[in-house]
Design a protein around this ligand. Structure first.
Ligand code: PA5
Length: 478
């Protein structure tokens, strides 16, 4: 295991460069050192809050300990994954939100970009799908490409009451039953240890369904490093021990209460200060197709954690900034014009990669056409890195704040670091804002409204409230 030597771990260290946030480069559009000094006390308080409450289930801070307390679970997951790889042709995750965005992000990051199209001999595991919607067309499309009897379905839901996930479960279990398949043989549940409907369903199968625990103190969006993410990743042959080792390494890098020594605290401080200045758009722009879905995962982490109406003192704060996902270089030809010349309302976070899995040389040719000929002899890696640097520089020259998270390479160890960095950054920012980072009352209200609209018992009053809401008036429909 390469991550076991200190030299290798240090060579894979993820770092944050925030020069292009500062007035030294951006002049009066940048932050002054005095602003970072002024935030010192608040940043320290946030650091101490997170440190003091590490691992507390009642505060949903169990995620901080996931890199350290899962040896037995990891061993079990690796053994199960081996069996799944032998037995099944397909592996399908049924889940939504925090139960889906992590597994699909890790798949995108660490597997071949056309994994499902590879022949079985070139894949480490079964074909892989994550169904995180209830679009009927998408479900029908999935059923067109899998053989349900040869598929392992991993139902991931903490509550077992999420309409989307449970709808998928009902459809799939009905199909399996109609085919005469023992549902318990083709299902794995990842759910709460003691509560929830998946446990009740398992009882109807005599407790035979293989189950993994989504720990009490781990909310959906902080769950990628628990069985929610570890089982699908292990099935795909991803080095889950490496991922956890990377998270632990980043935890170590973030062990000091100082913005200049703790990368997650630095990012949180930058986000917090700029938020107070009215920069309410937070763009994440990885320059890597493997990290494209990292931006999706991050958007949920940031939005659901920080978008809160009230703070801990009961003040209405309507906190949060809007996360935007972007992809380099693709979105240079779509959004970057706005970032460079539009309103000064954004902070752009780049994720740069020092060494891609392959450099892909660009052959010589078209020497008579200078616009094309100059590319020959370089590599695609050089090109994407040059465009990344050029975009960050152009933004800075236009007075636009941006900073870069540098990844030496994309692998399980660096991905673990990146996830933990972004989780800690979110927790610190929430603590600076004095809000509850780990609940999601807005999402829960939406879930209740869905129950009411579909006639679930006990939600009759909610249904009447929705039917009589002003939004049902015809006069505003054109
Ligand atoms: O981050 C969260 O907590 C949410 O996105 C949940 O993961 C999502 O709502 C699914 O909930 P559950 O796991 O109960 O099905």
């Amino acid at each position: 295991m390469a991550y076991k030597t200190r030299e290798w771990r240090n060579s894979m260290r993820v770092t944050v460069d925030y020069n292009y946030m500062m007035s030294t480069t951006l002049g009066d559009k940048g932050l002054k050192d005095s602003q970072l000094k002024a935030i010192k006390g608040r940043a320290e308080e946030a650091f101490n809050y997170v440190k003091a409450n590490r691992g507390r289930d009642d505060l949903y801070m169990g995620w901080t300990e996931l890199p350290y307390n899962q040896d037995a679970i990891v061993a079990d997951i690796l053994a199960t994954a081996k069996q799944i790889r032998k037995k099944f042709k397909y592996f399908v995750v049924l889940g939504i939100g925090g139960s889906a965005l992590g597994p699909i992000m890790a798949f995108n990051a660490l597997c071949h970009l056309h994994y499902n199209e590879l022949p079985p001999s070139k894949r480490k595991g079964p074909k892989f799908y994550v169904e995180d919607n209830v679009d009927p067309v998408r479900m029908a499309a999935l059923l067109d490409v899998i053989e349900p009897e040869k598929t392992c379905f991993n139902v991931i839901s903490k509550s077992g009451a999420t309409s989307e996930t449970m709808t998928q479960y009902l459809i799939i279990s009905d199909i399996l039953k109609n085919k005469g398949v023992d549902v318990a043989e083709n299902m794995i549940f990842t759910t709460d240890a003691a509560r929830g409907n998946l446990l009740k369903i398992d009882q109807t199968f005599g407790g035979r369904i293989k189950k993994y625990v989504l720990p009490d103190g781990v909310g959906g969006r902080f769950s990628e490093l628990c069985p929610v993410g570890l089982l699908p990743a292990a099935v795909l042959g991803i080095d889950i021990k490496g991922m956890l080792a990377g998270a632990a390494y980043m935890d170590g890098l973030c062990s000091r209460p100082s913005v200049s020594k703790n990368p997650a605290l630095a990012c949180a401080a930058l986000q917090y200060i700029t938020m107070q200045e009215g920069k309410n758009i937070n763009v994440l722009m990885p320059y890597s197709d493997n990290l494209k879905l990292m931006a999706d995962w991050y958007c949920q982490l940031w939005a659901e954690s920080l978008g809160k109406a009230v703070d801990y003192d009961g003040n209405v704060v309507n906190a949060g900034t809007t996360p935007v996902k972007s992809l380099g270089v693709t979105d240079q030809h779509s959004q970057v014009q706005l970032y460079i010349e539009g309103p000064f309302d954004k902070v752009i976070t780049f994720i740069s990669v020092d060494e891609y899995a392959t450099p892909m040389p660009i052959p010589h040719g078209c020497e008579d056409i200078p616009d094309v000929g100059f590319l020959g002899g370089h590599t695609m890696q050089e090109l994407i890195q040059a465009e990344n640097k050029a975009t960050a520089y152009a933004l800075a020259m236009a007075g636009r704040m941006n900073y870069t998270i540098h990844m030496p390479a994309v692998n399980a160890f660096t991905l673990g670091q990146l996830m933990y960095l972004l989780e800690l950054q979110t927790a610190y920012t929430g603590a600076m804002l004095n809000i509850n980072t780990f609940n999601q009352p807005g999402v829960e209200n939406g879930k209740k409204a869905t129950f009411a609209l579909l006639g679930k018992n006990g939600y009759e009053d909610k249904k009447r409230e929705i039917d009589s809401a002003p939004a049902s008036e015809d006069k505003y429909i054109v």
